[in-house]
Design a binder for this molecule. Sequence first.
Ligand SMILES: NC(=O)C1=CN([C@@H]2O[C@H](COP(=O)(O)OP(=O)(O)OC[C@H]3O[C@@H](n4cnc5c(N)ncnc54)[C@H](OP(=O)(O)O)[C@@H]3O)[C@@H](O)[C@H]2O)C=CC1
Ligand SMILES: Nc1nc(=O)c2c([nH]1)NC[C@@H]1CN(c3ccc(C(=O)N[C@@H](CCC(=O)O)C(=O)O)cc3)C=[N+]21
Length: 296
Amino acid sequence: MSAKVIDGKAFAGKLRAKIASHVARLRDETGVVPGLAVVLVGEDAASQVYVRNKGIQTVAVGMASYEHKLPAEASESQLLALIADLNADRSVHGILVQLPLPAHIDAGAVINAIDPRKDVDGFHVTNVGLLATGQRSMVPCTPLGCLMMLRDHFGSLRGRTAVVVGRSNIVGKPMAQLLLRDDCSVTIVHRHSLGMAEICRRADILVTAVGQPEMFDASYVKPGAVVIDVGINRIERDGRSKLVGDVNFADVANIAGAITPVPGGVGPMTIACLLANTLTAYCRAHDLPEPDGLAV
Ligand SMILES: NC(=O)C1=CN([C@@H]2O[C@H](COP(=O)(O)OP(=O)(O)OC[C@H]3O[C@@H](n4cnc5c(N)ncnc54)[C@H](OP(=O)(O)O)[C@@H]3O)[C@@H](O)[C@H]2O)C=CC1
Ligand SMILES: Nc1nc(=O)c2c([nH]1)NC[C@@H]1CN(c3ccc(C(=O)N[C@@H](CCC(=O)O)C(=O)O)cc3)C=[N+]21
């Protein structure tokens, strides 16, 4: 193996420590702590684990965590009423509605009911538009975390060729917007792309966000490229349940210049960036200067 392993877990730990010190200072200055509300509808096991982790990490940086759990049968109007309450609540600076939502609820309608200033996921159409037009916005956590690791690795991203695999609203599209904003030449590929391996092999920066276990082997990777593996896939191997990314790590690590592991790469950065966004939303709500290095 020759690639540098980008330690997202350690990076996230440093980011959380920085956030915690700002939260402590701001609490002393203003008497108010940032508050993050997480809404979970239904009993999805993976979602419950994520929500619990978010709550623990929120409290660990000194913020207030508010968890709202609704039954799977909850109606859309019940959820919209809860969002309206959270929008009006001055102790809540960030609101996250855990996705996916049950099929009978229109996720788009729920997301767009969140006050865009409290939309710490950056999924509201207003934030999507602000990002696309280069204005100040809330930026989706996963792409934000990927960008922080890339900037840390490269310094400047200017002029580099980036390929993003996947075009979802939560990862692929905002990732491409951020790379474009940092002056990369950006290509997005997806299920219908022809000659995908060849396109990927042109990338200095390859971001994989498809949800296909270990799909990307060395044949997709230019020697020395930086590979950011967003995929989180639970598989059975040797009779055991295991998390793997979209990238075949052992194979790609022989050819890439640097690579993020799964677990321990993008995932921990996503949660740290959720806290960063909550602190950003708090500073904006209280008209306080935003600490460096939290937003982009
Ligand atoms: N680490 C983290 O913090 C996070 C990780 N994730 C993980 O990232 C992955 C992607 O998530 P998300 O974007 O929400 O997923 P979606 O299912 O919404 O999107 C997947 C995208 O990948 C494309 N795709 C799927 N299969 C292929 C293929 N064989 N070849 C080319 N393109 C393909 C799809 O193309 P098309 O549009 O044509 O259907 C789609 O654009 C998942 O594994 C998810 O668990 C997600 C969020 C946060
Ligand atoms: N509104 C909303 N916002 C999200 O940001 C959101 C969401 N819904 N729904 C689900 C996806 C997925 N997601 C992850 C966050 C952290 C890890 C993470 O910390 N992963 C650890 C491993 C965790 C484990 O061991 O299970 C790691 O990669 O090291 C993974 C995935 C956020 N998402």
